[in-house]
Design a protein around this ligand. Sequence first.
Ligand SMILES: [Zn+2]
Length: 161
Amino acid sequence: MNLCFFVDEMLFYVAEYLRIMGYDTIYLKGLDDKEIIKMLINSKKSKKMAVLITGDKNLASVAKNHLVDVFYMYPEKKLFQSYLKELIDKYKLKIKKTTRCPKCNSILLSKRKNELNENELKQAKEVIKRYKLFFICKACKKVYWRGSQWKEMIKKIKSLF
Ligand SMILES: [Zn+2]
């Protein structure tokens, strides 16, 4: 079954990590609990395994009553690494080949330097000499490359396996 993570507003950094690992991750920004529960139930209907990641005990217990899988994470950045390890172990997560846009959750397509279009070249202008491979978001068209921030995040994830 396909996992789909729903991450509450306080835990935006968790969503970025899960997307970089390639997991479908909805960031629950500006929604009230009722709307969130509705989304979770709809996701279950579409045969996805919905997992709510939240630091909100009330929301967690309502979701559990609707038989949604809940992963409780106290919103404290210091604790994040150990929570992420727990999450990886619990759902047997890995770093997927196809990853997702940290900003909008769409699939990233890889392109070689010489395949970039005008808009993509413009975004990559400053690093174009240093990288051969680029990753373009299908939806928001943002261009990514595997720079120091990406490397740092992947290193952190790998250290948890
Ligand atoms: Zn995007």
